[in-house]
Design a protein around this ligand. Structure first.
Ligand code: NAD
Ligand code: MG
Length: 350
């Protein structure tokens, strides 16, 4: 069955007229949602802890900022853009007690609803607008007149207007310029976790670092190894983004293609492991392990972060990246500034 995809013409922004949207959090996604919605003419209030460094930053950008309980109390739509592991506690203590009757709850990732860490009462519409890209790109594309695609879902629809609100929100975010694909909280959560842990990060990150180890342990120069197993990845990904795997393959030599087709590294055993990881996502054991560790002060997470904080590739990474003039372009600087703001927010959390 073909996916349902919505565009600009399918949504009516006036659905949001007279409605107040509270954006909780001003990190990667939060700043992009708040600014894009505001620039689309939506009445936005940002909800933050009064001690957060982001308060001044959001105010400087002309946004109204209140405490989380105050922002929630006046909102018709509450978009929760806090780190996933803190959402349930903030919801219980500061959101739920202050929610207006019938106010809609929104998310950019289905994790807390799907695994039942947040259980809104039936009178609240619950929807998702999940950008398929980091927040600073969501903002940059909007200001450039384009948009980052989103996946959208409605989990609770007590009044029957859930999809109208969801699509209007996605349009205000600029996302319908690119398109919104219909999904469910279950599908988005499980596939998002699978993608990041088994292909995009848990797959690629380890693959590159291990490839670097194999070459350097065999006596090759680390600088050469970095180029061969890491640097060229971006160019292949860019080609694949433009024209799929066929374009990436077409652009490579026949020698490279033949090596690709005959390599034994990714094999049926890898597929079995992926299926095993997917089971752990589907039965909730990955979520439980992550959330239990977070609730205990994240000892395992912090240990792993420390353990992985010196990728072997990075022994030569900074030196080689300094050779690339395009890393100094304005776009890259702007991206860094935005991410840095996200980082500040992140470190304040505990
Ligand atoms: P983030 O860590 O960048 O920002 C979180 C924000 O929440 C910060 O402003 C922080 O100060 C604030 N915050 C943290 N604890 C708080 C508390 N107790 N009270 C009030 N504010 C608090 O988070 P993010 O990466 O933008 O993720 C937000 C949501 O968006 C998550 O559900 C995530 O899964 C989803 N998402 C993220 C991305 C991405 O690329 N970063 C992409 C799609 C979806
Ligand atoms: Mg994702």
């Amino acid at each position: 069955m073909a996916a349902t995809i919505w565009y600009e013409k399918d949504a009516d922004l006036s659905v949001l007229n007279g409605k107040k949207v509270a954006i909780l959090g001003y990190g990667s996604q939060g700043h992009a949602h708040a600014l894009n919605l505001r620039d689309s003419g939506v009445d936005v209030v940002v909800g933050l802890r009064p001690t957060s460094k982001s308060v001044d930053y959001a105010k400087e950008q002309g946004l109204e900022v209140k405490s989380v309980p105050e922002a929630v109390a006046e909102a018709d739509i509450v978009m929760i853009l806090l780190p996933d592991q803190y959402q349930a506690q903030v919801y219980k203590e500061q959101v739920e007690p202050n929610l207006k009757p019938g106010a809609a709850l929104a998310f950019a990732h289905g994790f807390n609803i799907h695994y039942g860490y947040i259980k809104p009462t039936e009178d609240h519409p619950v929807f998702m607008v999940a950008p398929k890209g980091p927040g600073h790109i969501v903002r940059r594309e909007y200001t450039n007149g384009r948009g980052v695609p989103v996946v959208v879902a409605v989990e609770q629809d007590p009044r029957g207007d859930g999809w109208d609100i969801t699509l209007a929100y996605a349009k205000a975010l600029g996302a319908l310029r690119a398109g919104a694909i219909k999904t469910t909280f279950k599908e988005e959560t499980e596939t998002d976790l699978f993608g990041e842990q088994d292909v995009l990060m848990g797959g690629i990150n380890h693959l590159c670092d291990m490839g670097f180890d194999v070459l350097t342990e065999a006596g090759y120069q680390p600088e050469i190894a970095y180029f061969e197993v890491f640097h060229e990845l971006k160019m292949l990904v860019d080609l694949a983004n433009e024209g799929g795997l066929n374009k990436a393959r077409w652009s490579c030599s026949d020698t490279a293609q033949y090596g690709d087709y005959t390599s034994t590294v990714i094999n049926e055993e890898t597929k079995k492991r992926m299926e095993y990881q997917l089971k752990r996502i589907q039965d909730g054991s990955f979520a439980k392990e992550f959330m239990d560790d977070q609730a205990a002060g994240a000892p395992k997470f912090k240990k792993l972060q420390e353990e992985y904080s010196h990728p072997h590739l990075e022994t030569v990474g900074p030196k080689l990246r300094a050779m690339f003039s395009w890393n100094n372009q304005e776009d890259a600087d702007a991206d860094m500034a935005e991410s840095f703001n996200g980082k500040i927010a992140r470190t304040q959390v505990q």
